[in-house]
Design a binder for this molecule. Sequence first.
Ligand SMILES: *Cc1c(COP(=O)(O)O)cnc(C)c1O
Length: 379
Amino acid sequence: MKFNTKVIHGGQKPDPAYGAVMPPIYQTTTYVQTSPGEHKGYAYSRSHNPTRNALENAFASIENGNFGLAFGSGLAAIDAILKLLKSGDEVISTSDLYGGTYRLFTKIFENFGIKFHFVGMENASNIESYINANTKLIWVETPTNPMLNIIDIKATAAIAKKHTVLLAVDNTFATPYLQQPLDLGADIVMHSATKYLGGHSDVVMGGLVVKDKDLADKLYFIQNASGAICGPQDSFLVLRGIKTLHVRMQRHCENGKTIASYLAAHPKVEQVYWPGFTNHPNHDIAKAQMGDFGGMVSFTTKGNILEEAIKFIEKLKVFTLAESLGGVESLAGHPASMTHASIPKEEREKIGVVDSLIRLSVGIEDAADLIADLEQALG
Ligand SMILES: *Cc1c(COP(=O)(O)O)cnc(C)c1O
């Protein structure tokens, strides 16, 4: 089945009870048993719920995996992966990383004796010198947030395989429409389904997909034992979101390209970060591992003046000033004072998060209206 068909039908069948085409919202905690331990596969909704299972099957299908797991948030999904490890284990992670992931690693799991190395992975060979007998996991986010760096998943997977280390990829920014990490050799794909998979800025959720049965069993054990599951209503909403992922992503990519090109030609703009430009440092890898370049665009303004960046962002009318990304509506953010405010100025400037950096999540509105909005705000 091709991807555009999978998003609609993958892993789905009409509900066995009454033939409902969309899985009903099974808003129930428990299920009748005819005799102790005898039931129709469902006993308690932390362990299994039919609406959640329908979504988990859709996750597995669109990422070309065999097993999907849904969680109450993206961070809950990452938390479950880290619980595969034990004290003394080491993790090698992308350095330019979603702030909440960095916080989970350093403020929670370091306390349990897990050691993290944050490494610039734009050159995959940088990873190998950090590998030792305790290394259990390589954590990759690509494209990265907010600098839109690209990491070579295939090259990283080869290193992970060579040393029998698990490779997990946060595929939130790309979505399986653009990039399928399991096909490139990753062991686990992670999603903040809050973003493009949900796609309508109305639900917080996380997901994992794997191919391997043993790994799936371990993650399922953690999902059930730790209990960070999502509810049936939210499962329904994300399942509905996924059904239009391909058409939304196509427009996100078209609008992203139009806006990146517009900004690059604007006299007040210093630099535009977008992996579709041939002069992006990892453009060739992006071209090889992604079907298109996505709807995330970051840029800086000439002179790098904080007040001007704030003024620009306050003047936007169609773009909404807000955290998050991946919804149908366009959002703008100022990383230095929002997502990266807790990082000292010198540290954040080292990775490119300067005072004038603006991050756009380009939505699926008419591109002409988005450009007119940017034009009036830059003026
Ligand atoms: C938002 C996000 C997360 C965290 O997901 P939540 O659903 O907010 O918990 C992780 N990684 C990336 C890349 C994100 O954008």
